[in-house]
Design a protein around this ligand. Structure first.
Ligand code: NCD
Length: 297
């Protein structure tokens, strides 16, 4: 099945190629240059069953920049409200004429099922606690552009790791690119399966050793609970940020909850590359959609 539903389907060479392609598209967009339109005459359908700002809008713009027509399904105003099943909804959108589907859903595995039902290439835009592959690629591009390399970088993923699909994709992709990962959080939020990554209960111990601190939102919609103990032990505040190495940076997939996982002053500091991550969202999604249109994914 073509498309991108899991980072596991990408080889190390694919990950490197998509990172380079995303970064070079970013340069082209920044320079105001023309890009090829491999999706001209194609239709991309966005099916977001969960809220989204940056992911949905960046898929939308990425598809348009590559020449596609874009249609957007809104579950709040669609016939799912009249009892239509997910499968019938997907088959309807395929019959209308979509060529590529971008899917976000609260249940793990839905993008894969949508691909099987429709026979169309599907890009997973986040499924439950499982994966968010294009966010991982956005982060790889952001780190690569900042440090000029990925191999040998040390990265801590901090907070509600077990409920985070972003962490799920980072844990699959970053080690393959040579990034050394440590998962940090309260014991109940560290996953049972750590895929060979180290773990730590102490953020303070880890901060002095890393190049990248990757903060996660507490996934309250998936059972994560914000407690005062969590904020005391794991919020990246000004004092903790001061213990980072001079060149270390802070990443966050967004949306940030200021005052929970990240203090206001840290979110506003030049070390925090959140805006850079968002800027890389469109070119990275162009790289993925372009590779699908060429049959490479
Ligand atoms: C994330 C998501 O939806 O998985 N956001 C995103 O797409 N950048 C992270 C989150 O919601 O915490």
């Amino acid at each position: 099945m073509k498309g991108l539903t899991t980072i596991d389907s990408l080889s190390r060479a694919d990950l490197g190629a998509l990172t380079r392609r995303g970064s070079s598209l970013r340069d082209r967009l920044d320079a105001g240059g023309q890009v090829e339109r491999p999706l001209a005459g194609m239709c991309v359908a966005n099916l977001f069953f969960e809220p989204s700002t940056r992911t949905r809008l960046s898929f939308d713009l990425a598809a348009q920049r590559l020449g596609a027509e874009v249609i957007t399904f809104n579950p709040e105003t669609a016939s799912t409200k009249k009892g239509e099943s997910l499968k019938d909804t997907v088959l309807t959108i395929a019959a209308i004429g979509a060529d590529i589907l971008v899917v976000r859903h609260e249940q793990n595995g839905v993008p894969q099922r949508v691909a099987e039902w429709s026979g169309l290439p599907v890009v997973n835009a986040g499924d439950g606690t499982h994966e968010h592959p294009t966010q991982m690629l956005v982060d790889a591009v952001t780190m690569w552009r900042h440090f000029g390399r990925l191999e040998g970088l040390r990265m801590a993923i901090v907070g509600d790791v077990s409920h985070s699909r972003v962490a799920g994709s980072l844990m699959r992709g970053m080690p393959a690119l040579g990034v050394d990962l440590t998962l940090v959080g309260p014991a109940e939020w560290l996953p049972d399966e750590t895929a060979g990554c180290s773990t730590s209960l102490s953020l303070d111990d880890v901060l002095v050793t890393v190049d990248v601190v990757y903060l996660l939102r507490v996934q309250t919609e998936r059972g994560g609970k914000i407690t005062p103990g969590y904020v005391d032990g794991y919020q990246l505040d000004g004092a903790r940020s001061a213990s980072l190495g001079t060149d270390a940076v802070i990443l966050h997939p967004g949306p940030m909850n200021r005052g929970v996982e990240i203090a206001e002053e840290v979110a506003e500091s030049p070390r925090c590359l959140v805006t850079e991550q968002v800027r890389n969202g469109v070119p990275v999604r162009m790289a993925v959609l372009g590779a699908i249109a060429e049959g490479a994914l």
